[in-house]
Ligand binder design. Structure first.
Ligand code: SF4
Length: 358
């Protein structure tokens, strides 16, 4: 699969577009005025693997939190999410933000658009234009009858033209829907008709379970068409879960720059002699906590010693559960027997010793 070549923009140290690694974004859900809580969440997101963190900036005062974060951690790319008020955008730029998410058509007079475009251009700060089915302009909705891909594209381009009028073209576009086929069709249409980098994902996707399913479907379809430069997995959950979900989706698609630990496990059956479900969950959590998930190895957790090692022959390392114990194996070869209470700790230590930490 060849990635579509798009223009590239710099968001702090991260480049979006131009066939660069697909970056992972998420958004804080703390009260942005609470600087300490917001900073702590930004740090948690970054530590989990979030490349770019977005903050809702509802007031000029809230923009000061950007300066607070930047003072403490200048290395984390920060995006200000702004609705309607150009003064908040200007203050965010002053506070050191790395990208602005605003629709210039919604901020009023053209001199306001000019002011934002000028301020961003001076500091090489890109702007993301984000169009959703629910926020389409009345005239465009009337013209197309519903939020079709053409309607979303037309809306996005009207905002692009406004910025272009003020000689600003450092733009990322998102056209989102909460309906998977519509989200895919809209991104495909935009990708076919312009070269701006695309921020992809399903909006208002729901709880972790359905949200991850919907986003995986849309991102998989788009990425397999070579489309998508940055992703956000929108979930009604702790934002850190969005980051883990994004990492897992991109990793499972075997994308360059997203290599990492591939944990495989059997579905269990009547031969299973160990509590494999708990073991898998425990191992996943321990691997995250020990920061081992970026090590590009395949780890197999299998339910029985009869078929386990054979079925997981391709794994670099793994365990196969027996009665009260498990076998530790490497590339199908048995290394040792482990007591069932020490399976996760032994496997984690073995991986650390053999493959190092990331
Ligand atoms: Fe059943 Fe063993 Fe296969 Fe797991 S590895 S599904 S326990 S036969």
């Amino acid at each position: 699969m060849e990635r579509k070549y798009t223009k590239s923009v710099n968001v702090g140290s991260v480049v979006i577009g131009g066939r660069n690694r697909i970056s992972i974004q998420s958004m804080t859900n703390t009260d942005t005025l609470d600087k300490v809580a917001t900073f702590n969440q930004v740090e948690r997101l970054y530590a989990a693997g979030c490349d770019i963190v977005r903050l809702a900036i509802p007031t000029v005062e809230a923009a000061n939190t950007i300066a607070y974060i930047k003072e403490k951690r200048n290395d984390i790319p920060i995006v200000a999410d702004i609705h309607f008020d150009y003064k908040i955008a200007l203050r965010s730029v002053e506070c050191g933000v790395d990208k602005i998410r605003i629709n210039p058509g919604n901020i009023g007079d053209h001199d306001r658009v000019a002011a934002v475009a000028h301020a961003c251009k001076q500091k090489n700060i890109p702007i993301r234009i984000g169009v959703n089915g629910g926020s389409l302009e009345k005239e465009i909705l009337a013209k197309y009858g519903s939020p079709t891909p053409e309607a979303l594209f037309e809306s996005a381009m009207s905002h692009v033209r406004l910025l272009n009028k003020y000689d600003f073209d450092d733009i990322v576009i998102s056209v989102k829907s909460s309906v998977v086929p519509k989200a895919i069709a809209a991104c495909k249409y935009v990708s076919d008709h312009c070269d701006y980098p695309l921020h992809i994902g399903v909006t208002e996707a729901g709880s972790s379970r359905m949200g991850i399913i919907k986003n995986a479907e849309a991102i998989s379809a788009l990425v397999n068409m070579g489309i998508g430069d940055t992703v956000r997995i929108s979930l009604t959950d702790d934002p850190v879960s969005e980051v883990y979900a994004a990492k897992d989706i991109l990793r499972s698609l075997c994308l360059e720059g997203h290599e990492g630990m591939d944990i495989i496990s059997c579905p269990t059956c009547g031969r299973t002699k160990i509590d494999l479900m708990s073991l898998v969950n425990e191992f996943e959590e321990a691997a995250k906590a020990e920061r081992l998930t970026n090590i590009p190895i395949k780890v197999a957790l299998m339910g029985c010693i009869v078929n386990g090692p054979g079925e997981a022959r391709e794994a670099d390392v793994g365990i196969a559960g027996g009665k009260g114990e498990a076998l530790l194996f490497k590339k199908g070869e048995i290394i040792s027997k482990i007591n069932e209470n020490e399976v996760v700790a032994t496997l984690i230590n073995y991986i650390k010793t053999e493959y190092g930490t990331n």
